[in-house]
Design a protein around this ligand. Structure first.
Ligand SMILES: O=C(O)CCC(=O)C(=O)O
Length: 488
């Protein structure tokens, strides 16, 4: 089955005119990879090393430039060399299967490596070039399905090692810009089929100046006139906002860790580690989705492993037990899959949501707002998934925003653009971010903050928050939370 995919990849890679700016030596070496794979008479070790070197070269070149200025040829080289590498790995496994009995570990290692290499081509390079993205999605889907099948058949566990490609670390803070768990993990009994129910966290906020919740929810027309009014204000759209989404509609598949893992356990995704991006210790890592869910989300949600929070594998002998206390607030243990277009990376998850019609109203450009996002549908979609206690510090963005809450609750506080003088933005790259810790302000250092006017609210599952452009917003999750934002 993979061999058929490999053939198609090799046909695609033959067209390498777009790689010419990388130099003749580079195109020659990529051709060598294709020729070796086609003949398949070698053990392909050298070919794998060659693909790896081309990947390194591309990563190196990509890091030389600010991302927006990276010459297209290097992103394309990363994509094509990664596809070459995925083919080498699958052919070697296939050849080995022909001669010896290949163990689970070897097979798992191979498919994980294939997924990692291809995910990095998507996340780092954007997988440019004719049909590249489609074939990458197909390759990854097959590899993920194979891993899921093998786990289902043999009850093999997930492992929890981090992958930290140097090409993505360290990274810049975002403010700067920039089938079921039993299939995956050992046994249905070890993990709840849903994140824990909503309870009252210790630091549940008191809402004093609530955000307006229009009833009935706004028609397209009234929403359009609201967002085009001179000073649009935040709204919470409470009813029916996302009730038709498969992600939210009962049985609420996104509230079920086993579903999420069956779709994405071995995918490699960017995760923010640390309580907030303004902290010194904050960093970003590429990590397997399954490791992120096990180590940070399930543990953070009030489940503990008998051996402590060491990131070790959750196995059948080591079932998760409900934790008696609220999880530690150690910032190192807080991790957030934040502001990442996860749904573009994993098309199966994209099918679980729908872009709200409100996003297609083409808001009037206003002098202080830039043009709509330069994407094909003029909408930028981001996923925000993490445990209780993630914080997005007070900041603003240049677009209209609909933040849809699928799982768990979030506390949100918003300040109008005119309050900026009382919000003490950082200088330089983080000028869209306030220095003030909204829920624990240092009044001596930031005396005017106490006078800043605001609105706030608890965003519950099924609700959607409208944030006007340039409105300052602070967000803290009160539960395991999964939201999707749409900038338009
Ligand atoms: O949900 C969050 O943590 C932050 C959301 C946000 O900042 C946004 O949608 O722009």
């Amino acid at each position: 089955m993979f061999i058929h995919t490999v053939d198609r990849v090799l046909n695609l890679l033959t067209d390498n005119t777009d790689l010419e700016p990388c130099g003749t030596a580079t195109t020659y070496l990529l051709n060598r990879v294709i020729v070796d794979l086609r003949s398949n008479t070698l053990d392909l070790t050298t070919t794998t090393t060659l693909s790896e070197s081309l990947i390194d070269l591309a990563n190196h070149q990509i890091l030389v430039y600010p991302y927006k200025d990276v010459p297209a040829c290097w992103r394309r080289l990363l994509t094509d060399a990664s596809l070459g590498m995925a083919c080498c790995l699958s052919m070697r496994l296939n050849n080995e299967c022909g001669t010896t009995e290949v163990g689970w570990e070897t097979e798992q290692r191979t498919w994980r490596k294939v997924i990692k290499v291809l995910d990095l081509a998507i996340v780092v390079a954007g997988a440019p070039g004719t049909n590249r993205r489609e074939i990458i999605d197909e390759f990854i889907d097959r590899a993920q399905q194979r891993l899921t099948e093998l786990r289902r058949a043999s009850a093999y566990p997930l492992s929890t090692a981090h992958v930290t490609p140097s090409s993505l670390e360290p990274s810049s803070p975002r403010g700067q810009k920039r089938p079921r768990l039993e299939d995956i993990n050992p046994s249905p009994s070890t993990i709840s089929s849903s994140f824990p129910p909503l309870t009252l966290p210790e630091n549940y906020p008191l809402v004093i100046h609530p955000i307006h919740r229009p009833t009935p929810i706004p028609s397209l027309l009234s929403f359009s006139s609201h967002i085009n009014s001179p000073n649009p204000t935040p709204l919470i759209i409470s009813e029916g906002a996302i009730s038709h989404w498969p992600a939210f509609h009962p049985p609420r598949i996104w509230s079920d860790p086993s579903y999420l893992l069956s779709v994405a356990a071995d995918r490699v995704v960017p995760v923010e580690i640390g309580s907030r991006y303004t902290d010194e210790a904050w960093t970003q890592r590429m990590m397997r989705f399954g490791d992120f869910v096990n180590k940070y989300v399930l543990e953070g949600a009030g489940y503990q492993k008998p051996n402590g929070a060491d990131g070790s594998t959750i196995t059948q002998d080591a079932p998760l037990k409900p934790c008696t206390s609220i999880r530690s607030t150690d910032p190192k243990l807080i991790a957030y899959l934040a502001q990442h277009d996860l749904l573009a990376q994993i098309p199966r998850l994209r099918r679980d949501i729908a872009v709200p019609d409100y996003c297609y109203l083409s808001p009037e450009p206003a002098p202080e707002y830039p043009t709509p996002p330069a994407t094909s549908d003029a909408v930028i979609t981001n996923a925000w998934f993490g445990p209780r206690g993630t914080v997005s510090p007070l900041h603003h963005d240049p677009y209209h925003n609909l933040l849809a809450q699928v799982v768990g609750r979030k506390f949100v506080r918003l300040y109008a653009p005119g309050e900026v003088k009382k919000l003490y933005p950082f200088e330089g790259m983080l000028e869209n971010t306030s220095q003030v810790d909204v829920e624990k302000p240092d009044h001596a250092q930031f005396p005017a903050f106490a006078d800043a006017k605001y609105v706030e609210g608890i965003l519950s599952p099924g609700e959607m928050l409208y944030i006007p452009p340039k409105w300052w917003h602070y967000v803290r999750s009160l539960d395991v939370s999964f939201s999707v934002s749409f900038w338009f």
